[in-house]
Design a protein around this ligand. Structure first.
Ligand code: SF4
Ligand code: SF4
Length: 123
C-alpha cells in the first residue's frame, strides 16, 4: 500500500499516517510537550515523509502513553499508538535507551518504577 516507514507504521499500528492533516491538536493536548524535542504532530509528519531520523528523537521515549492525543485526534490517526510503534522499531535494532543490566543499585529502586521503565524502555 505504502512504502518505507509509513508502510511499517501502518502494518504495526493498523493506522494510516497519511490521514493526519497536521492540525496540531495532538501536540496542543500533550502533557509532555515541554520535554519533547519534536512535537507529536511533527513526529507523524516525519513518518509521512519516511524520515528514519524520527527514530532518534527523544519524544518517543518522553511520551507517557497517556492517549490524550489519540482521543482528541479528529482523524483517528492515533499518534500514541504510532509513537509506540516507533519505540518497537528502535528496540528491534537492539539499541536500548536504558539497559537495566547496567543500572547500579537496581535492587534498591522502587519496583513499580523498574517495571514501568522496563516495559517502556527495553525490548
Ligand atoms: S491531532 Fe491527529 S490529525 Fe491533528 S496533527 Fe495530530 S495526528 Fe495529525
Ligand atoms: S500519548 Fe504521548 S504524545 Fe500523546 S498526549 Fe500522551 S504523552 Fe503526548
Amino acid at each position: 500500500m505504502f512504502k518505507g516507514l509509513p508502510q511499517t507504521v501502518y502494518e504495526l499500528s493498523g493506522k494510516n499516517p497519511y490521514l493526519c492533516i497536521q492540525c496540531g491538536v495532538c501536540s496542543g493536548s500533550c502533557p509532555m510537550i515541554k520535554d519533547m524535542d519534536i512535537p507529536p504532530h511533527q513526529v507523524i509528519r516525519m513518518i509521512q515523509l519516511d524520515m528514519q531520523e524520527v527514530l532518534n528523537c527523544k519524544t518517543i521515549w518522553i511520551c507517557a502513553s497517556c492517549n490524550t492525543c489519540s482521543v482528541r485526534c479528529p482523524r483517528d490517526v492515533d499518534p500514541a499508538r504510532m509513537i509506540n510503534v516507533l519505540r518497537i522499531l528502535v528496540q528491534r535494532r537492539n539499541i536500548y535507551p536504558v539497559d537495566l543490566r547496567r543500572v547500579k543499585g537496581l535492587l534498591d529502586l522502587p519496583q513499580i518504577a523498574l517495571i514501568s521503565a522496563s516495559r517502556k524502555l527495553t525490548g
